[in-house]
Design a binder for this molecule. Structure first.
Ligand code: 2E4
Ligand code: SF4
Length: 317
Protein backbone atom coordinates (compact mmCIF):
# COMPACT_ATOMS: atom_id res chain seq x y z
CA UNK A 1 0.00 0.00 0.00
CA UNK A 2 1.31 3.46 -0.90
CA UNK A 3 0.67 6.00 1.84
CA UNK A 4 1.06 9.57 0.66
CA UNK A 5 1.30 12.42 3.16
CA UNK A 6 0.08 15.89 2.16
CA UNK A 7 2.34 18.87 2.57
CA UNK A 8 1.71 21.16 4.38
CA UNK A 9 -0.49 19.46 6.99
CA UNK A 10 -1.09 19.78 10.70
CA UNK A 11 -0.11 22.58 13.05
CA UNK A 12 -0.26 26.16 11.76
CA UNK A 13 1.46 29.17 13.33
CA UNK A 14 -1.67 30.16 15.27
CA UNK A 15 -1.93 26.73 16.89
CA UNK A 16 1.77 26.60 17.78
CA UNK A 17 1.43 30.04 19.38
CA UNK A 18 -1.69 29.08 21.33
CA UNK A 19 -0.09 25.92 22.76
CA UNK A 20 3.15 27.81 23.54
CA UNK A 21 1.06 30.44 25.32
CA UNK A 22 -0.41 27.89 27.72
CA UNK A 23 3.00 26.30 28.35
CA UNK A 24 4.67 29.68 28.99
CA UNK A 25 1.82 30.71 31.29
CA UNK A 26 2.24 27.49 33.29
CA UNK A 27 5.98 28.13 33.66
CA UNK A 28 5.47 31.76 34.59
CA UNK A 29 2.45 31.54 36.87
CA UNK A 30 2.59 27.93 38.07
CA UNK A 31 -0.40 25.60 38.18
CA UNK A 32 -3.26 25.81 37.68
CA UNK A 33 -3.83 28.14 34.77
CA UNK A 34 -7.36 28.13 33.38
CA UNK A 35 -8.11 27.93 29.66
CA UNK A 36 -11.49 29.03 28.37
CA UNK A 37 -12.63 26.45 25.78
CA UNK A 38 -10.27 23.87 24.21
CA UNK A 39 -7.15 25.91 23.39
CA UNK A 40 -7.42 24.30 19.94
CA UNK A 41 -9.93 21.65 18.91
CA UNK A 42 -7.88 18.59 19.70
CA UNK A 43 -8.20 16.20 22.64
CA UNK A 44 -4.57 15.10 22.48
CA UNK A 45 -3.36 18.70 22.72
CA UNK A 46 -5.80 19.43 25.54
CA UNK A 47 -4.87 16.25 27.45
CA UNK A 48 -1.16 17.08 27.11
CA UNK A 49 -1.72 20.53 28.63
CA UNK A 50 -4.00 19.12 31.35
CA UNK A 51 -1.16 16.80 32.34
CA UNK A 52 1.03 19.92 32.79
CA UNK A 53 -1.55 21.60 35.04
CA UNK A 54 -3.89 23.50 32.73
CA UNK A 55 -7.60 23.41 33.65
CA UNK A 56 -10.10 23.69 30.81
CA UNK A 57 -13.46 25.41 31.34
CA UNK A 58 -16.24 26.54 29.01
CA UNK A 59 -17.17 29.71 30.92
CA UNK A 60 -15.19 32.27 32.92
CA UNK A 61 -17.69 31.79 35.79
CA UNK A 62 -15.82 28.53 36.47
CA UNK A 63 -12.51 30.39 36.99
CA UNK A 64 -11.64 31.52 40.54
CA UNK A 65 -11.03 35.25 41.10
CA UNK A 66 -7.36 36.33 40.67
CA UNK A 67 -6.55 33.23 38.57
CA UNK A 68 -4.89 33.25 35.15
CA UNK A 69 -7.44 32.77 32.33
CA UNK A 70 -6.30 32.09 28.77
CA UNK A 71 -8.65 32.68 25.83
CA UNK A 72 -8.50 29.96 23.16
CA UNK A 73 -7.12 30.42 19.62
CA UNK A 74 -10.67 30.86 18.29
CA UNK A 75 -11.15 34.22 20.02
CA UNK A 76 -13.80 35.59 22.37
CA UNK A 77 -16.48 38.26 22.36
CA UNK A 78 -16.06 41.68 23.96
CA UNK A 79 -18.45 40.49 26.70
CA UNK A 80 -15.98 37.76 27.71
CA UNK A 81 -13.09 40.27 27.81
CA UNK A 82 -15.19 42.61 29.94
CA UNK A 83 -16.22 39.79 32.28
CA UNK A 84 -12.55 38.82 32.76
CA UNK A 85 -11.68 42.41 33.74
CA UNK A 86 -14.71 42.75 36.01
CA UNK A 87 -13.83 39.47 37.76
CA UNK A 88 -10.21 40.57 38.29
CA UNK A 89 -8.87 37.65 36.27
CA UNK A 90 -5.37 37.78 34.80
CA UNK A 91 -6.40 37.29 31.17
CA UNK A 92 -3.99 36.12 28.48
CA UNK A 93 -5.31 36.24 24.94
CA UNK A 94 -4.21 33.31 22.76
CA UNK A 95 -6.59 34.29 19.93
CA UNK A 96 -4.80 33.67 16.63
CA UNK A 97 -3.58 37.02 15.21
CA UNK A 98 -5.38 36.16 11.94
CA UNK A 99 -8.67 35.87 13.85
CA UNK A 100 -7.94 39.17 15.61
CA UNK A 101 -7.31 40.69 12.16
CA UNK A 102 -10.87 39.73 11.15
CA UNK A 103 -12.21 41.34 14.36
CA UNK A 104 -10.32 44.54 13.51
CA UNK A 105 -11.54 44.50 9.91
CA UNK A 106 -15.13 44.15 11.15
CA UNK A 107 -14.75 46.97 13.66
CA UNK A 108 -13.26 49.25 10.98
CA UNK A 109 -16.22 48.66 8.67
CA UNK A 110 -18.68 49.18 11.53
CA UNK A 111 -16.96 52.47 12.51
CA UNK A 112 -17.40 53.70 8.93
CA UNK A 113 -21.14 52.98 9.08
CA UNK A 114 -21.25 49.76 7.07
CA UNK A 115 -23.81 47.07 7.83
CA UNK A 116 -21.87 43.83 8.20
CA UNK A 117 -22.21 40.29 6.95
CA UNK A 118 -20.10 37.54 8.51
CA UNK A 119 -19.62 34.47 6.31
CA UNK A 120 -19.22 31.54 8.71
CA UNK A 121 -20.77 28.63 10.57
CA UNK A 122 -23.40 29.34 13.25
CA UNK A 123 -22.44 28.25 16.73
CA UNK A 124 -18.72 27.87 16.03
CA UNK A 125 -16.72 29.59 18.81
CA UNK A 126 -14.78 31.76 16.33
CA UNK A 127 -18.07 32.99 14.86
CA UNK A 128 -19.57 33.63 18.30
CA UNK A 129 -16.42 35.57 19.24
CA UNK A 130 -16.34 37.61 16.02
CA UNK A 131 -20.06 38.47 16.25
CA UNK A 132 -19.39 39.69 19.79
CA UNK A 133 -16.36 41.79 18.83
CA UNK A 134 -18.19 44.16 16.52
CA UNK A 135 -20.28 46.92 18.12
CA UNK A 136 -22.90 46.87 15.35
CA UNK A 137 -25.46 44.38 14.06
CA UNK A 138 -23.82 41.60 12.03
CA UNK A 139 -25.80 39.18 9.84
CA UNK A 140 -24.45 35.65 9.59
CA UNK A 141 -24.43 34.03 6.13
CA UNK A 142 -23.62 30.32 5.97
CA UNK A 143 -24.51 29.34 2.40
CA UNK A 144 -25.18 30.81 -1.04
CA UNK A 145 -28.89 30.12 -0.45
CA UNK A 146 -28.77 32.37 2.64
CA UNK A 147 -27.82 35.29 0.38
CA UNK A 148 -31.22 35.14 -1.40
CA UNK A 149 -33.12 35.47 1.87
CA UNK A 150 -31.20 38.48 3.26
CA UNK A 151 -33.36 41.44 4.20
CA UNK A 152 -31.16 44.53 4.45
CA UNK A 153 -31.68 48.27 4.34
CA UNK A 154 -30.90 49.30 0.74
CA UNK A 155 -29.45 52.66 1.84
CA UNK A 156 -26.86 51.34 4.27
CA UNK A 157 -23.46 50.49 2.72
CA UNK A 158 -22.64 46.80 3.09
CA UNK A 159 -19.41 44.93 3.91
CA UNK A 160 -18.54 41.31 4.58
CA UNK A 161 -15.88 39.52 6.60
CA UNK A 162 -15.19 35.77 6.85
CA UNK A 163 -14.41 33.03 9.38
CA UNK A 164 -10.76 31.97 8.96
CA UNK A 165 -11.22 28.25 8.31
CA UNK A 166 -13.87 28.18 5.57
CA UNK A 167 -13.60 26.30 2.30
CA UNK A 168 -11.99 28.83 -0.04
CA UNK A 169 -14.14 27.60 -2.96
CA UNK A 170 -17.43 27.74 -1.02
CA UNK A 171 -16.53 31.21 0.23
CA UNK A 172 -15.81 32.36 -3.32
CA UNK A 173 -19.32 31.18 -4.27
CA UNK A 174 -20.92 33.05 -1.37
CA UNK A 175 -18.98 36.25 -2.12
CA UNK A 176 -20.00 36.01 -5.80
CA UNK A 177 -23.65 35.62 -4.76
CA UNK A 178 -23.33 38.63 -2.42
CA UNK A 179 -21.76 40.71 -5.18
CA UNK A 180 -24.54 39.76 -7.61
CA UNK A 181 -27.24 40.82 -5.12
CA UNK A 182 -25.40 43.80 -3.63
CA UNK A 183 -23.03 45.14 -6.32
CA UNK A 184 -21.66 47.83 -3.98
CA UNK A 185 -20.64 45.38 -1.24
CA UNK A 186 -17.00 45.58 -0.08
CA UNK A 187 -14.81 43.04 1.70
CA UNK A 188 -11.55 41.09 1.53
CA UNK A 189 -10.63 38.78 -1.34
CA UNK A 190 -10.66 35.02 -0.66
CA UNK A 191 -6.86 35.34 -0.93
CA UNK A 192 -7.13 36.97 2.50
CA UNK A 193 -8.44 33.74 4.05
CA UNK A 194 -5.79 32.46 6.45
CA UNK A 195 -2.61 31.18 4.70
CA UNK A 196 -2.72 27.85 6.58
CA UNK A 197 -6.33 27.16 5.60
CA UNK A 198 -5.52 27.87 1.94
CA UNK A 199 -2.31 25.83 1.89
CA UNK A 200 -3.88 22.75 3.55
CA UNK A 201 -6.88 22.89 1.20
CA UNK A 202 -4.66 23.19 -1.89
CA UNK A 203 -2.52 20.29 -0.63
CA UNK A 204 -5.49 17.97 0.05
CA UNK A 205 -6.90 18.74 -3.40
CA UNK A 206 -3.59 17.70 -4.99
CA UNK A 207 -3.38 14.65 -2.75
CA UNK A 208 -6.88 13.58 -3.80
CA UNK A 209 -5.71 13.31 -7.45
CA UNK A 210 -3.26 10.59 -6.49
CA UNK A 211 -5.03 8.34 -3.99
CA UNK A 212 -8.12 6.17 -3.60
CA UNK A 213 -9.02 7.30 -0.11
CA UNK A 214 -8.07 10.25 2.09
CA UNK A 215 -7.72 10.12 5.86
CA UNK A 216 -7.85 13.53 7.54
CA UNK A 217 -6.38 13.50 11.03
CA UNK A 218 -8.31 15.85 13.28
CA UNK A 219 -11.21 16.24 15.67
CA UNK A 220 -14.89 16.18 14.75
CA UNK A 221 -15.36 19.68 16.21
CA UNK A 222 -12.46 21.09 14.17
CA UNK A 223 -13.91 23.24 11.40
CA UNK A 224 -10.74 23.38 9.30
CA UNK A 225 -10.32 19.58 9.52
CA UNK A 226 -13.95 19.05 8.44
CA UNK A 227 -13.33 21.29 5.42
CA UNK A 228 -10.30 19.17 4.39
CA UNK A 229 -12.47 16.04 4.50
CA UNK A 230 -15.19 17.74 2.42
CA UNK A 231 -12.69 18.96 -0.19
CA UNK A 232 -11.32 15.43 -0.66
CA UNK A 233 -14.91 14.14 -1.02
CA UNK A 234 -15.71 16.89 -3.56
CA UNK A 235 -12.61 15.78 -5.51
CA UNK A 236 -14.27 12.36 -5.81
CA UNK A 237 -12.39 10.24 -3.28
CA UNK A 238 -13.72 8.59 -0.15
CA UNK A 239 -12.56 10.57 2.86
CA UNK A 240 -12.71 10.08 6.61
CA UNK A 241 -11.94 12.36 9.54
CA UNK A 242 -10.25 10.45 12.34
CA UNK A 243 -8.63 11.56 15.58
CA UNK A 244 -6.09 8.72 15.85
CA UNK A 245 -5.02 5.35 14.44
CA UNK A 246 -7.40 3.32 16.60
CA UNK A 247 -10.36 4.85 14.71
CA UNK A 248 -9.17 3.49 11.36
CA UNK A 249 -11.58 0.89 9.95
CA UNK A 250 -9.79 -1.77 7.84
CA UNK A 251 -12.71 -1.74 5.36
CA UNK A 252 -11.96 1.86 4.41
CA UNK A 253 -8.56 1.01 2.97
CA UNK A 254 -8.93 -2.70 2.10
CA UNK A 255 -8.90 -2.29 -1.69
CA UNK A 256 -6.94 0.96 -1.79
CA UNK A 257 -3.67 0.98 -3.70
CA UNK A 258 -2.85 4.44 -2.40
CA UNK A 259 -4.05 6.10 0.80
CA UNK A 260 -3.63 9.84 1.33
CA UNK A 261 -3.14 11.27 4.81
CA UNK A 262 -3.38 14.88 5.87
CA UNK A 263 -4.08 16.67 9.15
CA UNK A 264 -6.06 19.66 10.29
CA UNK A 265 -4.31 22.72 11.72
CA UNK A 266 -4.99 21.56 15.29
CA UNK A 267 -3.84 17.91 14.86
CA UNK A 268 -0.40 16.95 16.22
CA UNK A 269 2.08 15.17 13.92
CA UNK A 270 2.26 12.36 16.52
CA UNK A 271 -1.35 11.50 15.58
CA UNK A 272 -0.46 11.45 11.86
CA UNK A 273 2.30 8.98 12.71
CA UNK A 274 -0.19 7.02 14.85
CA UNK A 275 -2.47 6.69 11.79
CA UNK A 276 0.48 5.62 9.60
CA UNK A 277 1.35 3.00 12.23
CA UNK A 278 -2.26 1.73 12.11
CA UNK A 279 -1.99 1.43 8.30
CA UNK A 280 1.28 -0.49 8.67
CA UNK A 281 -0.56 -3.02 10.85
CA UNK A 282 -2.88 -3.70 7.89
CA UNK A 283 -0.41 -3.79 5.00
CA UNK A 284 3.17 -3.29 3.97
CA UNK A 285 3.46 0.45 3.48
CA UNK A 286 5.53 2.52 1.06
CA UNK A 287 5.54 6.01 2.63
CA UNK A 288 5.84 9.14 0.48
CA UNK A 289 5.38 12.85 1.14
CA UNK A 290 4.09 15.15 -1.59
CA UNK A 291 6.13 18.24 -2.30
CA UNK A 292 4.17 21.29 -1.22
CA UNK A 293 4.41 24.89 -0.21
CA UNK A 294 6.83 25.58 2.64
CA UNK A 295 5.50 27.64 5.51
CA UNK A 296 7.67 30.01 7.54
CA UNK A 297 4.99 31.94 9.42
CA UNK A 298 5.73 32.43 13.12
CA UNK A 299 3.59 34.54 15.47
CA UNK A 300 4.99 36.24 18.57
CA UNK A 301 3.52 35.23 21.92
CA UNK A 302 0.74 37.42 23.35
CA UNK A 303 2.01 40.72 24.76
CA UNK A 304 1.20 39.50 28.29
CA UNK A 305 3.97 36.86 27.89
CA UNK A 306 6.24 38.18 25.13
CA UNK A 307 8.47 40.24 27.45
CA UNK A 308 9.20 37.19 29.57
CA UNK A 309 9.90 35.03 26.49
CA UNK A 310 12.35 37.62 25.10
CA UNK A 311 14.16 37.74 28.45
CA UNK A 312 14.44 33.94 28.45
CA UNK A 313 15.95 34.00 24.93
CA UNK A 314 18.59 36.54 26.00
CA UNK A 315 19.40 34.46 29.06
CA UNK A 316 19.88 31.27 26.99
CA UNK A 317 23.49 31.00 25.73
C1 2E4 B 1 -8.60 29.26 15.42
C2 2E4 B 1 -8.77 29.59 14.09
O1 2E4 B 1 -11.72 26.84 13.85
P1 2E4 B 1 -11.40 25.37 13.93
O2 2E4 B 1 -12.57 24.59 14.47
O3 2E4 B 1 -10.87 24.84 12.66
O4 2E4 B 1 -10.25 25.33 15.04
P2 2E4 B 1 -9.16 24.24 15.41
O5 2E4 B 1 -8.90 24.41 16.86
O6 2E4 B 1 -9.47 22.91 14.89
O7 2E4 B 1 -7.89 24.76 14.61
C3 2E4 B 1 -7.13 25.83 15.07
C4 2E4 B 1 -7.75 27.14 14.75
C5 2E4 B 1 -8.08 28.03 15.73
C6 2E4 B 1 -7.98 27.50 13.47
N1 2E4 B 1 -8.44 28.73 13.15
FE1 SF4 C 1 -4.69 31.15 12.77
FE2 SF4 C 1 -5.12 30.21 10.34
FE3 SF4 C 1 -4.12 28.63 12.21
FE4 SF4 C 1 -6.63 29.44 12.34
S1 SF4 C 1 -5.76 28.11 10.78
S2 SF4 C 1 -5.18 29.37 14.03
S3 SF4 C 1 -6.50 31.52 11.52
S4 SF4 C 1 -3.11 30.46 11.36
Amino acid sequence: MRVILAQPRGFCAGVVRAIDTVEHALRRHGTPVYVRHEIVHNKHVVDGLKAQGAVFVEELAEVPTDAVAIFSAHGVSRAVETEARARGLRAIDATCPLVTKVHEQGRRYAAKGYALILIGHAGHPEVTGTLGQIPAPVTLVQTEADVDTLVLDADTPLAYITQTTLSVDDTRGIIDALQRRFPQIVGPDTRDICYATQNRQTAVRELSQQVDVVLVVGAQNSSNSQRLREIAAQAGVRSYLIAQGSELKPDWVRDAGAVGVTAGASAPETMVQDVVAALRRLAEVELLTLPGREEHVVFRLPAELAAEAAAAEVATP
